[in-house]
Design a protein around this ligand. Structure first.
Ligand SMILES: [Zn+2]
Length: 287
């Protein structure tokens, strides 16, 4: 069941800035070219890249939400502590970065329980939010929301209301909203879109921010804030500010999506941070 959306006052809209903390070789698009057993052996760049984002947020006085992969938290506990000490919100990106719709409910429960406990133990912060690897809560895996509620999560940020080859529920609500079930309720914070005609177009960050021209994101967030009076939910990955990362032999499409305009992310992010107000996801959706 879907309830009302969250309206905000004109000109004072706080958008949500978020980072999915994972390494360049852990993205779902590379699942078929990188064996998980090799994760340990590949040169990690997640600490240095996350540090760049932390420095940038510090420079602009912006608080963000870091959805940390449990696997990364286990290997780099100091990074989790540093994010927390800098005043940011910590949330979970699961433990193993497995697509939700490829897991059983029991496997998913174990994954989100383990990552939540780990990040809470390291940071001393309660973890309230979850974002699925590659937005993989789809129509086939909506059961995951019940598991999240049962495991003590207050919000989810995984349902992308667009059509895409790997994720999305094209007719899902576009703005933050409450979802109720027999297990309880949680707030859903969908990555941002603009609606034109009968179609939702992504303006939420990641590849859409890098590959499309900057004016697209700028126009989209302005339209959301001013016309719809809604916060944008924006996301990035640490590897997106790292043009020097090692290249992996993935498909042509995956290489395009992953490597295109890596050198443009940081200057664009600077522009975005100076043009709009941002805070953590929990703050922006008042959850
Ligand atoms: Zn991810």
């Amino acid at each position: 069941m879907v309830n009302s959306s969250f309206a905000a006052a004109p000109n004072s809209i706080l958008n949500a800035m978020s980072v999915d903390v994972e390494d360049y070789f852990q993205v779902s698009a590379f699942d078929d070219v990188v064996d998980r057993r090799d994760w340990e052996k590949l040169p990690s760049r997640v600490v240095q890249n996350t540090s760049r984002l932390l420095d940038l947020f510090d420079e602009f006085g912006v608080r963000a939400t870091f959805f940390v992969l449990g696997w990364v938290a286990d290997r780099f506990p100091e990074l989790v502590k540093r994010i927390s000490l800098a005043g940011h919100e910590l949330a979970s990106h699961g433990y193993h970065h497995r697509l939700v719709y490829t897991q059983t409910p029991d496997e998913f429960r174990e994954d989100v329980r383990r990552s939540k406990r780990l990040i809470e133990d390291l940071s001393g912060q309660a973890v309230r939010g979850y974002r699925a690897p590659s937005y993989s809560i789809t129509r086939e895996s909506l059961w995951a929301l019940d598991v999240l509620i049962e495991e003590g999560y207050a919000y989810d940020a995984s349902i992308f209301p667009i059509r895409h080859d790997r994720y999305g529920i094209p007719d899902a609500p576009r703005h933050p909203h409450q979802r109720s079930s027999a297990s309880g309720q949680l707030t859903e914070a969908p990555p941002s879109t603009v609606r034109m005609g009968a179609t939702n177009f992504p303006i939420a960050g990641g590849g859409y921010f890098r590959i499309l021209p900057y004016w697209w994101t700028r126009w989209g967030i302005s339209r959301l804030n001013h016309r719809e009076r809604q916060p944008a939910i924006f996301y990035l990955h640490p590897w997106e500010v790292d043009p020097e990362q090692p290249r992996l032999p993935a498909s042509r499409l995956s290489r395009f999506r992953h490597y295109r305009n890596l050198d443009k992310t940081e200057p664009r992010l600077r522009a975005l941070l100076s043009e709009f107000r941002f805070d953590s996801v929990a703050e922006a959706i008042k959850c």
